[in-house]
Design a protein around this ligand. Sequence first.
Ligand code: DON
Length: 558
Amino acid sequence: MAAIFLVLQSTAQINPYNYHSQKKVTATKGAVVSAHPLASKVGVTILQQGGNAVDAAVATQLALAVVYPGAGNIGGGGFLVAHLNNGKNIAIDYREKAPARASRDMYLDSAGNPQLNLSQDGHLASGVPGTIAGIFASYKYASLPFAKLIQPAIDLAEKGYAITAAEAASLNNLKEEFIQLNSTAPVFVKQQRWKAGDTLIQKDLAKTLERIRDNGQSGFYEGETARLIVDEMHKANGIISYEDLKNYQAKERVADVFDYKGNTIVTMPLPSSGGIILQQMMGMIANRNIAAMKFQTLQSVQLMTEVERRAYADRAEFLGDPDFVKVPVKKLASKDYLAQRMKDYAPSKAGSSAVTKAGIIKESEETTHLSVADNKGNVVSITTTLNGGYGSRTVVSGAGFLLNNEMDDFSVKPGVPNMYGAVGNEKNAIAPGKRMLSSMTPTIVLKNNKPYLVVGTPGGTTIPTSVFQTLVNILEFGMSVEDAVNKPKFHHQWLPDEIRIEKDFDAAVKKQLEAMGYKVVVKGQIGRTEVIQINGKQIIAVGDKRGDDDAEGFAPMP
Ligand code: DON
């Protein structure tokens, strides 16, 4: 009882021991949709206390770091895209960086063979975390005291919360890895099997969050937390140093903004590949009447597959951290170039990645998304990640949080696929202080300069194509938000040269694609898309059916 009371103090009506997932809400004063009911509820209580969408997004993100440890994080990084009621578009880059001691070939053995266990598992897989720097960079657009925004997360960590069946299953699955990749068994390891409803208490994490509450950004990047991170690095082969932590800075970048048939799309620029690929894909379908082809017919899937192939070939060839390498962004998104890319497109024939390579330019499971809208005209779209599920699976001993395995998003060797099958070259090679290329695509659509859609998803390389499909579903096929989120998704990423589909994808269309010459493979779920749609005074939020995702509203309508 005492525990419930304490959590209630910071989060109004939330009972962390008894809650369920609500998939859709229609509200008038604001909404939050995220991967976990408790995190969405935390966000809405902040709106109810007078906070704006940025306040709610900060609080939701911090709560996710506690209640959704597989992807919610303070030991990873992410991107925030927002549209504020003064008309300003914001893009905050808090992607992890390679530590100063990182080097181009650090994941190759002496014969030059990639050792992907090192870029994916344990201490050496971690980039310098960016999330807390990103939260403080976004906080300048917030309005409530920071202590108010972080307290729900502290309470949830300190007093615990009941885990879901999905959380129990993943903690059970990873038990051996948690033991193997940590010198002290973290709280995620339990003698008996976890089951739904068990309480997860994270005392060390609560103390870390308190240091952040009391000392701001330096509560993470300096002092006791930094000491615990560096000590943890020394327990194995880690290389993150005090200087790496102290030097880390989030970057405010210029949002990627483009027009699609009168809608203004606001999305993340590099070092995410997501925004530019989305712009390319939307650009390549813009002058074709895809609406007439209809949702997931042979024609529309074939067209979307071929534009996906072309965009991902360009990703592998041209994209990397713009602070380190030159990327011809303008050219890649230009009408002429995209028309050129589609010159060899044949509507009735399967393309081939052996034939269609990157364009020619001569000029110099686990991530998580949250979408927030308030009633003041502000919207926020955040995708944040540890990379793989539970990141490196290494917890900073004494500090209670998981570190990312984001180094695997670099191209460890030209042409060697990372854990999402993405290939790259020198543009995305490892260098000290460089940010690894991402696919995360937090996106906002404006209509007449007013927020209309807030969209994003996890899913590695499937992120840009899931956002692409969601936008096409709504803007072209006229689908409801629920259908746009929950109907089956598909994906093509140039290499491997195959169309990946979800198992409920139309069987007849699958056969037709195969008859045309495509390789089609059924491979698990694609993404966990969280969407908010604003129609005048009505705010509709939908959480993906694929997980515990949950939509909560401020002043919900019956
Ligand atoms: O930044 C990226 O593109 C990846 N690290 C995202 C990983 C991800 O989405 C995993 N989720 N299922």
